[in-house]
Design a protein around this ligand. Structure first.
Ligand SMILES: [Fe+2]
Ligand SMILES: [Fe+2]
Length: 265
């Protein structure tokens, strides 16, 4: 099965009031167009938060317009730039019981997907508090032995990019313990860092997808300044079967088209 992951699209409205590194809205339009041209279409598209820049109704409307051409259903989670009030009405998801967090559980084929809302209103950092620890534990208990993936905006580890780590997931110290006890959790999928990377949390492979817009400069010095960079942007395609989980990155807006080299002919 093929699962696409879009993250950190940061849709803005109006564009004129924003300090943009790139045209965020145009980038999502390009990503959507490219996704629709994939020769094998994903069964589902996971959107791991910061889908808008401010979570306003106008931005949510624009986001819906930009996502509308997608052929596969969307599973959406909010990030620190989104707002629960507008997010909840914009996406038709089986939200967890109340407004305290917009988490959900969805089965796609044989894959059990747990979407964990890590949003902490008023903060750019995320929160894995007692309520969400309880909710996740129960969701994992209910998953039985089905192959399970956890999707969340804030990664449950420190990246080593200091200024991004100041916006970390609070409570990440217990996340690995909760997840690490479950042999059926096969992957954790995140956003937020605006830079694709791979980590291991509680023994589980954990990946962060590339943003469709600017990226965070890779600088691991403790006093690294806040810098962003126009590294190649795009989305991920997770190709999952019984033997392996393979993650590809599709870069968009590179200015290059595929060519058939002479040695291939
Ligand atoms: Fe973001
Ligand atoms: Fe974020």
């Amino acid at each position: 099965m093929l699962l696409a992951q879009l993250t950190d699209t940061h849709i803005v409205d109006p564009v004129a009031d924003s300090e943009l590194v790139v045209d965020n809205n145009q980038r999502l339009a390009m990503a959507v167009a490219r996704l629709n041209r994939e020769t094998v279409q994903p069964e589902v598209i996971l959107a791991t938060g910061d889908l808008t820049d401010n979570g306003t109704p106008a931005e949510m409307d624009l986001l819906a317009e930009l996502l509308a051409p997608l052929q596969a259903p969307i599973l959406a989670l909010p990030g620190n730039h989104d707002r629960r009030e507008t997010f909840r009405t914009a996406f038709d998801m089986p939200w967890a019981t109340d407004d305290s967090h917009l988490s959900w559980v969805v089965d796609v084929g044989d894959l059990h997907i747990i979407g964990l809302d890590t949003l902490r209103p008023g903060s750019h950092g995320g929160l894995f508090d007692e309520e969400r620890q309880r909710w996740l534990t129960e969701a994992l208990d209910a998953s039985g032995d089905r192959p399970t993936v956890i999707a969340m905006h804030h990664p449950p580890f420190l990246s080593g990019i200091h200024w991004m780590d100041t916006m970390r997931l609070h409570g990440l110290e217990v996340f690995g313990d909760i997840v690490g006890r479950r042999a059926n959790v096969i992957r954790i999928l995140c956003g937020h860092l605006h830079r694709p990377l791979t980590a291991t949390v509680g023994g589980v492979t954990t990946t962060v997808g590339p943003s469709t817009i600017h990226h965070v400069e890779l600088n691991l010095a403790p006093d690294a300044p806040i810098e962003v960079i126009q590294d190649p942007a795009g989305y991920q395609l997770h190709n999952i079967d019984e033997a392996a989980w393979v993650t590809h990155i599709r870069y968009i807006d590179t200015g290059h088209e595929p060519i058939s080299p002479r040695w291939s002919r």
